[in-house]
Design a binder for this molecule. Sequence first.
Ligand code: GTP
Ligand code: MG
Length: 422
Amino acid sequence: MFERPSAGERAVVIQLDFGRRDLKEDLEEVRLLIESAGGEVVAEVTGRRQAPDPALFAGKGKVEEIGAVMRAAQADLVVFNHELSPGQQRNLERELKCRVVDRTSLILDIFALRAQSAEGKLQVELAQLEHLSTRLVRGWTHLERQRGGIGLRGPGETQLETDRRLLGIRVKALKERLAKLSRQRGVQRKARMRGDQLNVSLVGYTNAGKSTLFNALTKAGVYAADQLFATLDTTSRKVWLAEVGQVVVSDTVGFIRDLPHSLVAAFQATLEATAQADLLLHVVDSASAARDEQIDEVNKVLNEIGAADVPQVLVLNKADLTGLPAAVERDEYGRIRRVRISARTGAGLDLLREALAEIALDKTRDAAARFAAASAAQAETVASLPLSPNEGGEAESAPSSDRSTNLNEPYDFNHRTAHVPQ
Ligand SMILES: Nc1nc2c(ncn2[C@@H]2O[C@H](COP(=O)(O)OP(=O)(O)OP(=O)(O)O)[C@@H](O)[C@H]2O)c(=O)[nH]1
Ligand SMILES: [Mg+2]
């Protein structure tokens, strides 16, 4: 149903410029996407257009050019680094006499290849079926008049109705199973997230280096590779920090621009953990020319999954490639905002650990302050008589005495990090 470029399949990539993006970055990204799906880019066709052609996406002349390039390069398929409508895809396949894959299918495909856990597989299947259901609207009308298939259809149903009905049943079953898994995981997570332990999620654009950093912090040995969407399942590990004790760090699925909506929806449960974290380490490939755009894309997805208000520290990774030194940057309130590191060489990891420790201590202190305030309020109602002439109802202000210096400034767990330009 979902055809992926199988090992060594030769792809021609189509990238059109509608006047707003950097073609080179886009071509580089789609090349990595195709390689991550096991294929190989043998030719590129670029072009410029005002708007997509309703029938063919590209213009008639461009499609002829694509056909010629495809034949010359002996390619197996054509990949549009754009979202195609079902009609456009069908027309292109008819015109080019060759398989045509769009960006969304390509991404779904890589997810299907990578899914490891039972839940990951269910989530990917759900996303694929939901993507397919949009293609059923007009996409399979050529099948509508077909008959046959014992046990496959109800009385008088057309193929399209049967397909929709079967799809609907499967989607419903998948959603129910995912909901059950999600409830179970919610219980496990609550157990893990007890107390004042800091829960940290690594988030970021795909290939930013989250898993490499996760391994460096936790010595966990999760899969990190120069592939897009190397990670699909969330992995959590406890990390021991001097003076603080345990914090829980989670490695998560990477984001990408134009992440298919069905995929975000299907991964909602996995991403819930991100929305419930105390702190996000937003890992950035600081050596990428598309860095700022990638930061925006990640923030957009975080917004969609309800994680926009979780405090964020930007981790500028791959400092070994930019040649800039490891460093910590604070805002005017002394809060840590950005840490520059190299997960690969280990430069700045000590700074990052110190930053985590500082934030974890602030969280504990916040909790202690709340506890003290609550106890004080309770004490007030029990003991209305002051124990000494100086004591009265002032107990709630006590824990703030050590907050005068920058370092001890409490981390504002309600503060949303604004986008900080590099
Ligand atoms: N030069 C350099 N490369 C790095 C650094 N950190 C990670 N990489 C490389 O970047 C690539 C992607 O790393 P991963 O850790 O798999 O990235 P990720 O963010 O987990 O990616 P996904 O799971 O695909 O979203 C790998 O080839 C890493 O070796 C770094 O600090 N410097
Ligand atoms: Mg990863």
